[in-house]
Design a protein around this ligand. Structure first.
Ligand code: ZN
Length: 328
């Protein structure tokens, strides 16, 4: 045996507890990574163990030397300087390697196991004390098999860590929104009947929107596109002051039907076009589909929050451009 996995079972203590001179140990298993050979040892037949471990070129342990060393010293005759087993080769503690993979941040080992090995599980330490000798053998073999799988995942560097994945892959919603060309602007339910369009005469609305279209050269100001049935629509831009619950008219923008649909994602959903609109959102912003759907979800969450308030509508912009409007 050259590269080995060592696992030790304690009958009375959880494996992470250091022995305090109490008689605990039951078994140790050694697994040869290269040959798949498993050998099971008890203090009666374990004379070979110390040599194998000391001379191993690579030793993989699950619980680490904190647990293995006292067992080896006390019951398997390991002597001498044992703080770094093996003496010459390398010792990997799977638990520590998982921590390294997630940039030193803490993660519960159980979570990593569940995430990576959902079908098979390590023998719960709490059950160990009830095991018969032959069951110890099975438990030891089972644990070692799991450790080997984790080791292989580690070597391939494909270990999936739920915590790390979130941290590494996802941009925050705030950053997504900041970098977006096209955003969602859901009008709170409590303000649905406060649109500019509903507050001004048809004649004035036509003046406003035609002016917007003309300035934008009858194209979408976000993606540059035009619609088939009608080229562009006039979209009202509102700013929401969440601290004071003031909803202020900020301006108007010329949008193609696709971008306009994204702005009002709620209506897109009602028309069963939510997926199409989300696809357009992703395309315009050059986002992966995942980011687009996360952003949509966050936008609806914010909409729900804002819809719990009555908003004070500020149309002072219309005063500035000389358009009359209904005050209530
Ligand atoms: Zn557009």
């Amino acid at each position: 045996m050259d590269k080995v996995i060592l696992h030790t079972l304690s009958k009375y203590f959880p494996a992470y507890v250091t022995f305090g001179g109490v008689k605990p140990l039951i078994a140790a298993g050694l697994f040869d990574i290269d040959t798949n050979e498993f050998r099971f040892y008890t203090p009666d037949n374990a004379k070979e163990i110390p040599d194998i471990i000391v001379n191993a070129s690579l030793l993989v342990t699950f619980n680490g030397s904190g647990n293995a060393l006292p067992i080896l010293k006390k019951y398997f005759g390991l002597r001498g300087r044992t703080s770094k087993i093996p003496y010459k080769g390398k010792h990997i503690q799977i638990k520590e390697e998982i921590s390294k993979l997630i940039n030193g941040r803490e993660i519960k080992f159980e979570e990593a196991i569940k995430e990576n090995l959902s079908e098979e599980r390590l023998v719960p330490q709490s059950k160990l004390w009830r095991l018969k000798p032959e069951e110890c053998y099975e438990a030891c073999l089972s644990d070692i098999t799991q450790i080997k799988k984790l080791y292989v995942l580690f070597v391939k560097n494909k270990l999936r860590c739920p915590v790390a994945k979130k941290k590494r892959k996802y941009k925050s919603i705030a950053l997504l929104e900041k970098q977006a060309k096209l955003t969602i602007e859901l009008v709170p339910e409590t303000s649905w009947f406060s649109s500019v369009r509903s507050k001004v005469s048809k004649k004035d609305w036509d003046i406003i929107r035609r002016d917007v279209y003309k300035k934008a050269d009858y194209k979408c100001e976000i993606c540059g596109g035009v619609g088939e049935r009608y080229p562009v629509a006039c979209h009202e831009i509102w700013k929401y002051y969440d601290d004071s619950n003031i909803q202020r008219l900020y301006g108007f923008i010329s949008l193609c039907p696709s971008c306009h649909e994204v702005k009002h994602m709620g209506f897109a959903n009602v028309r069963d076009r939510g997926d199409i609109a989300t696809e357009h959102l992703a395309k315009v912003n050059n986002w992966p589909a995942n980011d687009a759907s996360r952003y949509v979800k966050a936008a609806f969450k914010k909409w729900c929050e804002r819809s719990t308030f009555e908003w004070e509508i500020d149309l002072s912009l219309l005063d500035e451009i000389g358009i009359e409007y209904k005050k209530s």
